[in-house]
Design a protein around this ligand. Structure first.
Ligand SMILES: NC(=O)c1ccc[n+]([C@@H]2O[C@H](COP(=O)([O-])OP(=O)(O)OC[C@H]3O[C@@H](n4cnc5c(N)ncnc54)[C@H](OP(=O)(O)O)[C@@H]3O)[C@@H](O)[C@H]2O)c1
Length: 323
């Protein structure tokens, strides 16, 4: 095995509750059953923040390189072709073993999945969860049909924006709801847009057949009241609040099916569908919102993520670490 340089930069977490700092280490040595990757991109997601904060069930020994998802090019492997772009996730990556927030990662072979040639590395690291969740929600859970009116909250977010596009492709009339005025312009153009504060039957043009809620809290309560009897509401997030009180008499009267989205149990069933959407994502026919930062701008990226100001996912560009 040969690498261009024997040292490799990475973000090292020294203490929970702090931000990891940029440091150097020796490039990890390849060993059997593992794949050594030159990391191209990694995501910074809420799960990673929970680990930085020391708030997750599994916590690593420190110092530690975070990063639960990434992508990169194979340097050495017994199972993946050298030079191939692979997506990195699972097998304790960024949880119980060093993750993807560095220029190199040594991962179990099963944590690397070869991506189709020509895939953008940023897309490779970020696409699976939001696209899989949106696909399962629109097609398997809410079962959106042509001509239906579909209300989608968090419509500028990663899952919301893809759900908007998939529901429109399914022939629905889509209304995308966002919390902040600044995010109205980030809802895909196939939807009509509305601020959550302005939600009303009149504003959406009548009752909705389907609600896809990615936000929870008061937004969910307001939107749920606008679904027609025998309509469906697929619930998948609770960033804005995790409680929903159910008055049984009102629930029976409203006659709306509440459908939980649980991607932990659905990931295998969407894998091929999501891979099938990758060409559209690569060509831009289907868009997935994300913001890109260098490792040196981690603080800014984390702040955007924590405050909810970020538009979609956060991607760290490991090939330009100083940005
Ligand atoms: N159930 C499952 O299996 C499953 C699978 C994947 C994801 N999820 C969950 O689904 C949700 C959406 O995922 P995503 O990837 O689309 O997330 P995202 O890109 O971060 O979007 C979330 C949206 O939530 C809204 N929001 C409301 N209150 C917020 C707050 N206090 N902080 C941040 N955002 C806030 C934001 O829209 P506005 O600014 O317009 O309010 C934002 O666009 C997340 O909660 C995620 O954990 C669940």
């Amino acid at each position: 095995m040969s690498t261009a340089s024997t040292t490799s930069r990475a973000l090292f977490l020294e203490e929970f509750g702090t931000l990891p700092g940029l440091g150097e280490r020796t490039v990890p040595e390849h060993r059997p059953g593992h794949t050594l990757v030159r990391v191209a991109a990694a995501t910074a997601a809420h799960l990673d923040l929970n680990i930085l904060d020391g708030q997750f069930g599994i916590l690593p020994e420190l110092p530690f390189i975070p990063g639960t998802q990434g992508s990169g090019y194979v340097v050495a492997s017994d199972t993946h072709p050298e030079g191939a772009l692979v997506r990195l996730r699972g097998e304790g990556l960024g949880l119980s073993r060093d993750g993807a927030w560095g220029e190199h990662a040594l991962v179990p072979d099963a944590a690397a999945e070869t991506m189709p040639e020509g895939t953008d590395p940023a897309l490779a690291c970020v696409y699976f969860s939001p696209v899989g969740t949106a696909w399962a929600t629109v097609h398997s859970i809410a079962r959106v049909r042509p001509g239906e009116r579909v209300l989608i909250t968090g419509a500028s977010g990663a899952v919301g924006a893809v759900a908007v596009q998939l529901a429109a492709r399914a022939g629905a009339e889509v209304i995308g709801v966002v919390g902040r005025p600044a995010k109205l312009r980030h809802v895909p153009g196939v939807a009509r847009t509305l601020l959550a504060a302005d939600l009303s039957e009149e504003a959406i043009g009548g009752r909705a057949d389907v609600l896809i809620d990615t936000v929870g809290g008061q937004v969910l309560r307001s939107a749920l009241a606008l679904v027609r009897p025998r309509g469906r509401a697929a619930l998948l997030g609770y960033t804005a609040g995790r409680e929903l009180t159910l008055d049984l008499a009102d629930f029976f009267l409203a006659d709306v099916s509440l459908l939980p989205v649980n991607m932990m149990s659905r990931t295998p069933e969407v894998a091929s569908e999501v891979l099938g959407l990758l060409p559209d994502l690569s060509s831009g026919a289907l868009t997935l919102p994300y913001e890109t930062y260098g490792m040196g701008a981690l603080g800014e990226a984390v702040e955007r993520l924590r405050s909810g100001a970020a538009v979609g996912k956060i991607v760290l560009d490991m090939e330009h670490p100083g940005n």
